[in-house]
Write a protein that binds this ligand. Structure first.
Ligand code: SAH
Length: 377
């Protein structure tokens, strides 16, 4: 049975004018304490302490930061807040997947998903409220873009997941974790909000912060070609590409950003991606749509296109949503497609849909319909 809990709807409404410090890096925190009169000789130490309390301990209240002097705690409370938004709806799938609807202000809602495995778990994080890409088979694409998320709002999704799963303080590196991996595969296009996503990921990767290594972080893009290079050079996280078609005419339809950055440009950017190696392959995501992109000749063209790129191909059975006009390929065509890719030397796992019953699977997220649903209960 699906469990669902409606949480009181009392998130931040912007009445509080204090600036939020969640999402600031060490320099930002140093600037923040300097601005409220901390003597310059202790600014760096205070920034370090704040960093620890915020990102390692997950503190949401300056009053609890016991290693910081009470005078500074009072000043911090007077001038700043730690704004993480509120979880306003929780859903739990029969397969253990959980989905949280997080509210950051009026009309500003996103969905965050936790996908547990035996000894680890991934958190699927949103980067934007809504999306501009309009991929034809994606539910999020039917929600217009409201705005980009701030770094603190991206981090906050992990905070809520850790709150809910009881995983504070940050577990030791190597310890088994409920949240061991982060995938930037929620709502939005992370490379259209690169600056904020990059700031947030740096805090997530920081060993004294959220401490999830870049090897356990995957950023998925529909193909914002000019930003792929920066992402590789500055963040070095794993890259996933939502390819979904091997011919430009079909990809133009399915993933309209292809009209701007066609397949050949996209694959050239993948070939240049710095951290791609056999140990750190690029993941090509390929949604299986019946009679659209699932023929054996599509499979053969796919392996021809990616030849030479250290890659794996994730085959994603299409996840339906209300009003979607596609059908999922048959098991048999998925198997035959996977076989062609596999025999060409690429791992071609078929992704087991997780959380379909709560609309938490790939491409099913859409916060505005979840808000309506939560309010109607
Ligand atoms: N905008 C980024 C991040 C979203 S990741 C990107 O496009 O990569 C979400 C993944 O789920 C993408 O690969 C997307 O193409 C895929 N997806 C979208 N709708 C889907 C659906 N209905 N069924 C299966 N996968 C879907």
């Amino acid at each position: 049975m699906i469990e669902s809990t409606l949480v009181e709807n009392n998130g931040a409404d912007g009445l509080d004018t204090r600036r939020s410090i969640l999402g600031m890096d060490r320099e930002g925190l140093a600037e923040a304490v300097r601005a409220i009169g901390e003597p310059s000789e202790s600014v760096a130490m205070r920034a370090r302490q704040l960093f620890h309390w915020l990102y390692h301990r997950g503190a949401r209240d300056f009053g609890l930061m016991s290693s910081i002097s009470s005078r500074l705690r009072d000043e911090l409370t007077k001038h700043y807040r730690i704004e993480a938004g509120k979880v306003i709806d929780i859903q739990r799938s029969t397969d253990g997947t959980r989905k949280w609807l997080v509210r950051f202000g009026p009309g500003i809602h996103v969905e965050t998903v936790h996908i547990p495995e035996n000894d680890r778990g991934a958190i699927c994080v949103s980067s934007q409220v809504g999306c501009t890409l309009n991929c034809r088979f994606c539910h999020t694409g039917t929600q217009r873009l409201v705005r980009n998320l701030e770094p603190g709002e991206i981090i906050a999704q992990l905070f809520h997941a850790r709150d809910q799963l009881g995983e504070w303080p940050t577990p030791r590196d190597g310890a088994s974790r409920l949240i061991s991996n982060v995938v930037m595969m929620g709502m939005g296009e992370p490379l259209y909000n690169y600056e904020n996503v990059s700031r947030a990921l740096k805090l997530i990767m920081d060993g004294e912060g959220i401490a999830i290594s870049r090897r356990r972080i995957t950023l998925s893009t529909a193909g914002v070609v000019p930003m792929i290079e920066r992402c590789g050079a500055e963040l070095g996280v794993n890259l996933a590409i939502s390819l979904h078609a091997v011919r430009n005419d079909i990809r133009d339809e399915l993933v309209p950003i292809n009209r701007k950055y066609p397949i050949s440009d996209l694959l050239a950017a993948c070939r240049r991606y710095p951290s791609s190696s056999n140990a750190r392959r690029i993941t090509f995501e390929y949604v299986m749509l019946k009679e659209i992109n699932d023929s054996l000749s599509d499979a053969r063209e796919l392996v021809r296109l990616i030849a030479g790129i250290p890659a794996k191909v994730n085959l994603i059975p299409f996840n339906p949503w209300p009003g979607s006009s596609y059908e999922c390929s048959s098991d048999e065509s998925i198997r035959s497609f996977a076989k062609v890719v596999n025999e060409a030397g690429y791992a071609s796992p078929v992704r087991v849909p997780r959380g379909r019953d709560i609309m938490a699977a790939c491409g099913q997220l859409k916060s505005d319909s979840q808000v309506l649903r939560a309010n109607s209960r």
